[in-house]
Design a binder for this molecule. Structure first.
Ligand code: FES
Length: 285
């Protein structure tokens, strides 16, 4: 695959690393030389400034600023993100990227459903920002998190998507009470008239969303950004493979994705056919 933008190892300086929710932070870095560019859906591999880790960590890009700086949105979940959490303004780190393919701009961007769970909202937000820059309507955003403390980017999302921003929390502490599938079912006309859906979040959530959307609008084009464990991020190992429905060989998510046609992925549960799809699946956000 031809890179969309030049892939480089960027020595970067931390501009800020600010908390925006429970165990959530937005990290802004600026390359020391040149301007970083990437398309929405692409990712970077972050090299923590310590010898304690053998592998870099993959992160979707949340936004790219005009001055070439860019933002990552992350959750503190393990040792690596615990170290990231402590990064302060002026500290340095190396970031490889941009890597992978992207969410494209379709003929009718306003007829796009953007469906995110947790920190999976990052590439979808980036896609919306790019549409805004192009003068396009950025579609409708459906966002599911566990509770109000995990929304993180609420103001930014509301500002970008306006009244096309729909929020659900599992515990009902903000937005609609329920998961992102429940949320989609409150807007059947919007789903029915959509032409494409871009989905990113935990695998079980994406699988449930894809099944539901297939039932609600069988002609919908669905693209998912897979969040696999990625030891190298460059196709050099085989640590990120997924099985496909349209080919015998599995795909490396880092090299052929992370964005795939949802129907080409062999999910744990097969996509239902129209006639066999009677039940709406439950959906963790
Ligand atoms: Fe190594 Fe994808 S992470 S091949």
């Amino acid at each position: 695959m031809k890179p969309l933008f030049p892939v480089k190892d960027w020595p970067c300086t931390v501009i800020f690393n600010e908390a925006c929710g429970q165990a959530l932070k937005r990290l802004r870095v600026k390359p020391r030389h040149g301007n970083f560019q990437c398309a929405p859906g692409q990712f970077v591999m972050l090299d923590l400034p310590t010898s304690g880790f053998h592998f870099r960590r993959p992160f979707s890009v949340l936004s790219v600023q005009e001055d070439g700086s860019f933002d990552l949105y992350y959750k503190r979940v393990g040792r690596g993100t615990q170290l990231m959490w402590k990064l302060g303004s002026g500290e340095t780190l190396n970031i490889l990227g941009p890597l992978g393919n992207c969410f494209e701009t379709p003929a009718s961007p306003e007829k796009t459903l953007l469906i995110g769970g947790g920190i999976g909202i990052a590439p979808l937000y980036h896609w919306g920002l790019v549409q805004q820059t192009l003068g396009n309507e950025p579609g409708s955003c459906f966002y599911g998190v566990r509770s109000a403390s995990e929304i993180g980017l609420e103001d930014a999302l509301k500002q970008l998507f306006g009244d096309q921003f729909y929020l659900a929390t599992d515990d009902g502490s903000a937005g609609a009470h329920g998961n992102v599938c429940d949320l989609l079912m409150t807007q059947p006309d919007r789903v029915k008239h959509a032409e494409q859906a871009y989905v990113c979040g935990p695998t079980r959530m994406m699988e449930a969303v894809v099944q539901l959307l297939h039932k609600m609008n069988p002609h919908l084009q669905m693209r998912v950004s897979l969040e696999e464990h990625m030891p190298c991020g460059t196709g050099a190992c085989t640590g990120c493979v997924v099985q496909r429905t349209d080919q015998a060989l599995p795909s490396k998510v880092c090299a052929e994705g992370p964005v795939f046609d949802a129907r080409s992925i062999r999910w744990n549960t097969h996509l239902p056919t129209e006639s066999s799809c009677q039940e709406v699946p439950s959906c963790p956000s």
